[in-house]
Write a protein that binds this ligand. Structure first.
Ligand code: FMN
Length: 365
């Protein structure tokens, strides 16, 4: 089993990784009310390192005391107490042989729990599709957001940069992943129907991507050349599962070409199943489209790679790393289990409740 591609060591920027297996970012709403990660979160994260994952990408972390917080009991990275909480976690992961990347997130219109502000913001004042996620204590429709001003947007770019610097320079993270996916603020700017702006942040696909590019630049400047900086992008959203990029394959090629020269170390592509064709009129997955237009771009692929065969299939399509979500929740020791030929546990949605994790006694190590 260990001759699988997934078990080859790798490198992202200066970061040496034991294998190609990464824990996907997963919100667990298990910090304190004030966004401080505690000891249970430390135990939760440490199990992935002990279980053999080369790296862990954290749950989405909020970046300012304005509109970025998305969920009740979400962890932040904006004050010393929160930073200290994360520091304990990064130290524990490093001690157990895994690298750790902070996912930094701004909710925009999808906020459904914010201790700092009672209204939401977005590129345009358009009510989000769908309903708030009850699982994360939301209820009913999303609020109609206020449209962000140019000053607000500049503040948000700065907040991403400051949070990134805190993550790397104070909390001990090896890098940051900018959350540009799944319907949150940066994706709201990128998406045609949520971004109706007539200024330079709206318009064609390149203009709608420009906030993501600006945030990447600001974050890169604040963390320096050697810390890892990644960007996560997706077609689907938590409130619109079946969304497809309007510009299709050609638009995707534009996006990956621009991201390849943006200063990021990797692009994290998440699809429902990473190997499936991305658009109806083309046989190629997003991973293949990205690999084709950007041969040197490091790609982390996510979606449906529940077992080693699927993970290897996506690596063969051109991904460099595989991020595993639900199957990692069910198997925090996924790499160790696969290496030693043990069967992987089936994912059971009961495990999604905060702290309803697999019992320590059931882990491989
Ligand atoms: C409980 C849970 C929480 C999630 N939270 C986040 C998050 O904070 N940030 C993010 O980018 N994706 C988040 N996701 C999406 C996962 O990273 C991943 O894309 C999804 O689970 C599909 O991958 P899988 O098929 O390996 O599970 C979450 C998924 C789950 C199941």
């Amino acid at each position: 089993m260990s001759d699988l591609l997934a078990f080859k060591s790798g490198r992202i920027n200066q970061l040496a990784l034991e294998n190609r297996l990464v824990v996907a970012p997963m919100t667990r709403i298990s910090a304190s009310k004030t966004g401080v990660p505690g000891e249970r979160m430390q135990r939760y994260y440490t199990r992935f390192a002990k279980g053999g994952f080369g790296a862990v990408i954290t749950e989405g972390i909020y970046i300012d005391d304005e509109w970025s917080q998305t969920y009740d009991c979400q962890a932040g990275l904006i004050n010393d107490e929160q930073v200290q909480g994360w520091r304990t976690i990064t130290e524990s992961l490093h001690m157990n042989g895994s690298k750790v990347i902070a996912q930094i997130q701004h909710s925009g219109a999808l906020s459904q729990g914010n201790i700092y502000r009672s209204h939401t913001v977005a590129p345009s004042a358009i009510q989000p599709k769908g309903k708030q996620l009850e699982f994360y204590h939301g209820k009913g429709d999303y609020n109609v957001p206020l449209e962000l001003s140019e000053n607000n947007i500049q503040d948000i770019i700065r907040s991403f940069a400051v949070a990134a610097s805190r993550a790397v320079n104070e909390a001990g993270f090896d890098g940051v992943e900018i959350h540009g996916a799944n319907g949150y603020l940066l994706d709201q700017f990128f998406t045609d129907y949520t971004n109706q702006r007539s200024d330079h942040w709206g318009g064609d696909i390149a203009s709608r991507l420009s906030l993501i590019l600006e945030v990447i630049q600001a974050v890169r400047q604040s963390v320096g050349p050697s810390a890892v900086v990644g960007i996560r992008i997706s077609q689907a959203k938590v409130n619109d599962f079946h969304h497809k990029w309007k510009e299709g394959k050609e638009g995707a090629e534009k996006v990956f070409s621009l991201l390849a020269i943006s200063g990021v170390d990797y692009v994290h592509i998440t699809e429902y199943e990473a190997w499936r064709p991305a658009f109806e009129d083309s046989p190629y997955s997003l991973v293949e489209i990205a690999r084709n237009v950007a041969p040197k771009l490091i790609i982390i692929a996510n979606g449906g790679t529940d077992d080693a065969e699927k993970a290897d299939k996506v690596l063969k399509l051109g991904a460099d790393y595989i991020a595993i979500g639900k199957s990692a929740l069910a198997n925090p020791d996924w790499p160790e289990r696969v290496k030693s030929g043990k069967t992987l546990r089936e994912f059971d949605s009961g495990i999604l409740a905060p702290f309803a994790d697999v019992k320590e006694s059931e882990l491989a190590q």
